[in-house]
Design a protein around this ligand. Sequence first.
Ligand code: C2O
Ligand code: CU
Length: 464
Amino acid sequence: MQTRRDFLMRATSSAFLTTVASRTWAEPEPPQSRLVARQASVQLAPSAYPQTEIWGYDGTMPGPLIRVRQGGRVVRRLLNDLPQATSLHWHGLRIDNAMDGVPGLTQQAVATGASFDIDFVAPDAGTYWYHAHNRSMEQVARGLYGALVVEEPERPDVDRDEVLILDDWLLNQDTAQIDADFSRSHDRSHAGRLGNFIATNGQYDHSLDVRRHERLRLRLVNAANARIFELALSGLNGWVMALDGMPLERPQPLSDTVLLGPGQRADLFVDVVAEEGKTAYLVRVDNGEGFVQSAFPVMPGSSNARVNMPDPLPPNPDMGAPDLAQARRLRLHMGGGAMGRLRSAVLDGERRTFREMAEANQFWAFNDMIGMTDAPLAELSLGEPVRLEIVNDTAFPHAMHLHGMHFHEIATDGTLGPLRDTLLSYGGQTREIAFVAHNPGDWLFHCHMLSHAESGMMTWMRVV
Ligand code: C2O
Ligand code: CU
């Protein structure tokens, strides 16, 4: 018979990027550690296949899990050991603009052999991630990302806290190597680069041993270039506790599915209700069919059954609710792509027909402008309330990500939805977001379907 101790040891040794209950909560960060972006080989595909060459932080994929307490400092020296320039972006963090990692806007790209010193304070508890932001459609697809967990001051009542990074890879089916054509015009003009190999934490057969009645916190991160994950639970009773790092006022029972667009995160609390000897699952729903995204075999023994639904996570520091009546109104019209209505748009100051755009491998425009412009979409004053209408006049979904600040979606009844940093919008939809311009700097606003960003869907806002 298996003892509880055996189980804990096994759980420890099989854990990948996980923390078990016995680990101390928030160890202090070493003062200056390095994060090396470099090539490495990992066994991504099943063992009958060769190893896959990836690019990863410290040569791992996902990169090292960074955990820090709320209000704690993240200090790292990024070293670039890649064959091309890179930069590092902290997705969803309301930090100093100089640490945002956007080449050409907030810093220079870090050349091969060069380094960049990262030093910021993490203001909000929650689940965040970091990823390359130079040639992102290539560098993220090659594996340059990891999770950043900012811990609440008090540990929430869960037995375990697990990060699950979801990604899809486009692999050659014989060699298991990453398809190196990152600028295919079909991907750019349609739904983006979709992979043929789906993994959690880099493991296609990702599995975590659990016990009946355990309550787990699952921190889900969608690191894919373009795939929208639709997720459901089986053998697990769950609640959505936070979205894009920010706690919901009330936990939301997860009875149906949760959608995660590229860049988005969801924190779930799940109670294991499957019987001992059975397996619970995080299920990926694809065209109405269910696939295993992660498996949770139920081991002998059980945790204390919790009868109550979880308390909400503590709120993060107030960033001020935008006053909608006073708010400055902005509009973002998204046009272009295959099957779209865009006839022409402006690239580098010159109007191009859609055919000329396609010849330049550019397919999308925001307010008639393709890609980054010298002038921002808007210059906002610090503290100014903003409402921004986003019109998706294309045939595809887009995941619009605002750097440096979270926003609320304005519901049709005029109320404010939960704070988010990435809005998943479907073709034909008009949605409206609102926020207070509370973080000074130049902030990128782009589609997180990374080949869309690369082919026109990128703009920025200035807060002064
Ligand atoms: Cu997750 Cu501009 O990035
Ligand atoms: Cu897009």
